[in-house]
Design a protein around this ligand. Structure first.
Ligand code: C5P
Length: 272
């Protein structure tokens, strides 16, 4: 069976506090791109094979999140991961892969784990793989109404960013929670709301990875209606008012030597 591991986008991400164990309290509007990794699960003893454009950045060792996810629920399957998303890039790759393995094993009769956030803070929201507000350290996920299927470009400058390093470099950890989240039926409604919000990890990420500045400036110059970094970076997203503009933008951004893909905000899977 095939499970999609869609790229996770923190459309907005406020860091609102810090727990005693060092983890940060977040308030994030999360959405998913139609583009992502792909997981194939076949009957057999637990194993992992990784292929695809970004396979080289990732070892199929026992620590791989796909295998940790399977072991957490006692699942057995021959797993093939097609790694289409850059590794350590703020779009949830590892968490999305782990969540897809858990969803696949659930379809094979296993229960979902009680604390999926133990695998990674983004695993609970990636299990839902649909628009949501994410709070706590990632374990509180509140589903939101669907978003319009807006054209979108993802772009990564090819620099792996360490999430703990970015959290550690933050100057303020007591930022306000998100403003009330309305239903977004149009691009303008979403971008208007996004302008009231931030990604609090963007400033520290830009400090350690100046290429993010270039990516955001380049997204602006391609006519993105809105551009921002996702997660702890370095992947940034641009929202566009037409699929044609997004496709042209991705082509231009690739000319910088960056990874760029034109896609759209994912729609919920059809029922059944
Ligand atoms: O859970 P995940 O593996 O994605 O987190 C990577 C690192 O990011 C954690 O070890 C922690 O340093 C930091 N983090 C955090 N607060 C969160 C999520 C992650 O400080 N809510």
């Amino acid at each position: 069976m095939i499970e999609a591991a869609r790229a996770k986008l923190n459309l907005a991400l406020h860091v609102t506090g810090r727990r005693a164990d060092g983890y940060h309290l977040l308030d994030s509007l999360v959405a998913f791109a139609a583009y992502g990794d792909e997981l194939r699960l076949e009957p057999g003893p637990l194993s992992l094979r990784i292929e695809g454009p970004f396979a080289e950045g990732l070892a199929a060792d026992p620590d791989n999140l796909c295998l940790r996810a399977a072991r957490l629920v006692g699942g057995e399957a021959a797993i093939t991961l097609t790694k289409n998303l850059p590794v350590a890039s703020g779009i949830g790759g590892g968490s999305a892969d782990a969540a897809a393995v858990l969803r696949g094993l659930e379809r094979m009769g296993h229960s979902l784990p009680e604390n999926p956030e133990k695998l990674g803070a983004d695993v609970p929201v990636c299990l839902l793989s649909a628009p949501a507000r994410m709070e706590g350290v990632g374990e509180i996920v509140t589903p939101l109404p669907p978003l319009p299927s807006l054209p979108l470009v993802l772009v990564n400058p090819g620099v792996a960013v360490s999430t703990p390093q970015i959290f550690a470099a933050m100057e303020r950890r007591d930022n306000p929670v998100l403003p009330p989240i309305p239903r977004f039926d149009y691009l303008d409604a979403l971008t208007g709301w996004l302008r009231l919000t931030r990604n609090d990890l963007e400033a520290p990420a830009r400090a350690v990875c100046p290429a993010i500045d270039e990516v955001l400036a380049a997204l602006g110059s391609t006519g993105a209606a809105f551009a921002r970094m996702s997660g702890s970076g370095a992947t940034c997203f641009g929202l566009y008012d037409s699929a044609g503009k997004a496709a042209t933008a991705a082509k231009m951004l690739k000319q910088h030597g960056w990874w760029a893909v034109a896609t759209e905000l994912a729609q919920p899977p059809a029922a059944g």
